[in-house]
Write a protein that binds this ligand. Structure first.
Ligand code: MG
Length: 160
């Protein structure tokens, strides 16, 4: 059935995809497997990850699933992780605090300030950090302009 929201979403993504290029794209964080992470570490010298929350770790403002939290734990066992969100959520903050993962809320991505603050928190150069997020402007453009490796979670396969 015809769905206007989906059509607008696809058109906007197709348009921005031509302007803003991520280094990699997946339809879900779960496609970023341990094997893929090892490739990032060994071939791209990635030592840290900046993660987005909404539409990356969770959808429709629901709670982050147990499976996704396990994925975050796997990631944190291999890389330094910091979560940078344009939103604010106390429950997400406490889930991350329990894991000793820093959380920057109300980050105003794609502005540079909090990308660089996140790198300082994990003691890495932006070139050693990958940004993982769903928003082509906030996350991918924001990461690209800071010289970071960028991984787009597109939710859907987009043909470019
Ligand atoms: Mg997002």
């Amino acid at each position: 059935m015809f769905n206007l929201d989906e059509l607008i979403y696809d058109c906007a993504n197709t348009f921005f995809c031509r302007l803003i290029k991520p280094n990699l794209s997946f339809t879900s964080v779960h496609e970023l497997t341990e094997e893929e992470i090892n490739i990032l570490i060994n071939h791209f010298n990635i030592k840290g990850i900046i993660l987005d929350v909404d539409d990356t770790l969770r959808y429709n403002m629901e709670e982050i699933s147990t499976g996704t939290l396990k994925w975050v734990d796997m990631l944190a066992s291999k890389l330094k992780v910091v979560v940078v969100s344009n939103g604010i959520d106390k429950k997400v903050e406490s889930l991350l605090n329990r894991r000793k993962i820093n959380y920057i809320s109300m980050a105003l991505k794609p502005f540079r300030k909090n990308f660089l603050k996140a790198c300082n928190m994990i003691g890495l150069n932006p070139k050693e950090v990958a940004v993982v997020g769903d928003d082509l402007i906030a996350d991918i453009y924001g990461g690209n302009r800071n010289d970071m490796f960028t991984i787009w979670i597109s939710k859907k396969k987009i043909i470019t």
